[in-house]
Design a protein around this ligand. Structure first.
Ligand SMILES: O=C(O)Cc1cc(O)ccc1O
Ligand SMILES: [Fe+2]
Length: 452
């Protein structure tokens, strides 16, 4: 006998894969019933099918054209009917900046293994664990880095986050993110973005024992594509490879819960229907997904290791030029061809703070210990770089062209220092011996010239 959520999953599995529209930041239009979308105007006196018209603003009304985002939604009920008398609820493991630092761990380079699989039933929301927060959500600056691990669907639970957009990075297990504007199936190597304030739920796809990944909660200005500068009109993340879902809705008149994150607090209201009731929409404030395998890297073709900014997929500006609130950077498969060069990342200290994760394979600066689902934190101005074995290999290997294959690491890099949560400080997969990975890097200098 299938339980309720399994039944729903079987139903969903039987459905067609969702359809998408290509492009980044386009003005899209889509309707799941013919004629549901008004033409030539946004707000007719009466809408087709008895739908309600509603605007969802993702930017101030008067934002310049290039950053002005809003969508018009045609829905079964207006969103006010998906709210009501909220009750406060608690998600104690989901922290918001600035959070009270409740651990006594000293500063250090940190690395963790994956989140342990949950020992109880947890849905996507219940499975979110904040590792770090940075900046201040109330001033719409900074971000939080979360890890998630869950094993049941959100069936009658729906959620929106007023504090920021959510960049979801699955590592194990494909997920279906059913948003107000449509459904996205997102597998490991793909990412998706749910805009601030947009209602959604997450269900599992495929057969796994755990569905695991990472989330960047961006409190600041929205992620956008970085300028390519002298690279020109192509390569890096190409706009065409971003996919926005076509309209899809649930017509469900059963008890549902709407949960909200608002200024770091959580609230819940019970309603008698699904809030995912948008039959048609148009506009440019929309969710999207992107396959990291479609990223076209541009790199060093003669010598020296360039800055990792060449691998920026998305950047969320902070208002200060070149100083991102968050950059989402990947380290994708690529050819290493640089001559007379130490090819892996150099040793470095960075004013920005680097939270890293690994989606699959191995990362060239840390071949051991940094495993898929794992995490590392190299905070503001803290020294790091390749481990000893990586250094030895890269310093002595023959510099023929080498394909770095089967690898997909990423970094959430923010201008703000990242504060560790108590959960992260006490997580059982914290690797106490991480800094020993550099312990073989001894003095070779003896005052005499020559390559040592
Ligand atoms: O620290 C890291 O592993 C990430 C990183 C990679 C790189 O190629 C250059 C700088 C950098 O911070
Ligand atoms: Fe780094």
């Amino acid at each position: 006998m299938l339980d309720h959520s399994e039944k729903r999953r079987a139903m969903d599995a039987g459905q067609q894969a969702p359809a998408y529209m290509p492009g980044f930041g386009n003005d899209f239009e889509t309707e799941s019933l013919p004629g549901a979308l008004p033409q030539g105007q946004n707000s007719p006196q009466k809408c087709e099918y008895g739908l309600y018209a509603e605007q969802l603003s993702g930017s101030p009304f008067t934002a310049p054209r290039g950053t002005n985002e809003r969508s018009w939604l045609y829905r079964i009920r207006p969103s006010v009917r998906h709210t009501g008398r909220f009750k406060k609820i608690d998600y104690p493991c989901w922290k918001t900046a600035p959070h009270v630092v409740e651990h006594s761990m000293a500063l250090g380079q940190l690395r963790w293994g994956p989140l342990p699989a949950p020992s109880e039933e947890l849905n996507f929301l219940e499975g979110i664990r904040t590792m770090t927060t940075a900046g201040d959500a109330l001033t719409q600056a900074g971000m939080a880095a979360h890890a998630y691990a869950f094993n049941v669907d959100m069936v009658d639970d729906y959620f929106f986050n007023a504090d920021g957009e959510l960049l979801i990075v699955p590592e194990t297990g494909a997920i279906r993110v059913f948003t107000e504007l449509g459904k996205m199936d997102v597998a490991p190597s793909e990412i998706c973005l749910v805009p601030r304030g947009m209602m959604f739920k997450v269900i599992r796809l495929g057969e796994e024992t755990v569905w695991r990944g990472y989330i960047c909660e961006n409190y600041g200005a929205k992620f956008t594509l970085p300028d390519r500068g002298p690279i020109g009109a192509n390569c890096l993340a190409n706009p065409r490879d971003f996919k926005t879902p076509v309209a899809a809705y649930e017509d469900k008149e059963t008890p549902c819960r709407v949960q909200v994150k608002w200024c770091g607090s959580f609230h819940m209201v019970e309603i008698g229907h699904s809030p995912l009731d948008v039959v048609a929409w148009h506009g440019n404030y929309a969710p999207y997904k992107y396959d990291l395998k479609t990223y076209s890297p541009v790199g060093a073709i003669l010598f020296d290791h360039p800055d990792p900014s060449i691998f920026t997929v998305l950047t969320a500006p902070s208002g200060e030029e070149g100083t991102a609130n968050v950059d989402f950077v990947i380290f994708p498969p690529r050819w290493l061809v640089a001559e007379h060069t130490f090819r892996p990342p150099w040793y470095h200290r960075n004013i920005m703070s680097e939270f890293m994760g690994l989606i699959y394979g191995r990362y060239d600066a840390k071949e051991e210990g940094f495993v898929p689902g794992g995490m590392s934190l190299h905070n503001m101005m803290l020294a790091h770089g390749p481990d000893f074995s990586g250094f030895e290999k890269a310093s002595n290997g023959e510099l023929k062209p080498v394909k770095l294959d089967n690898t997909m690491a990423f970094m959430f890099e923010t201008r703000f220092p990242q504060q560790l949560t108590r959960f992260a400080a006490e997580l059982e997969t914290l690797q106490d011996d991480y800094i020993d990975c550099w312990s073989g890097l001894d003095r070779k200098f003896d005052g005499t010239p020559g390559i040592k």
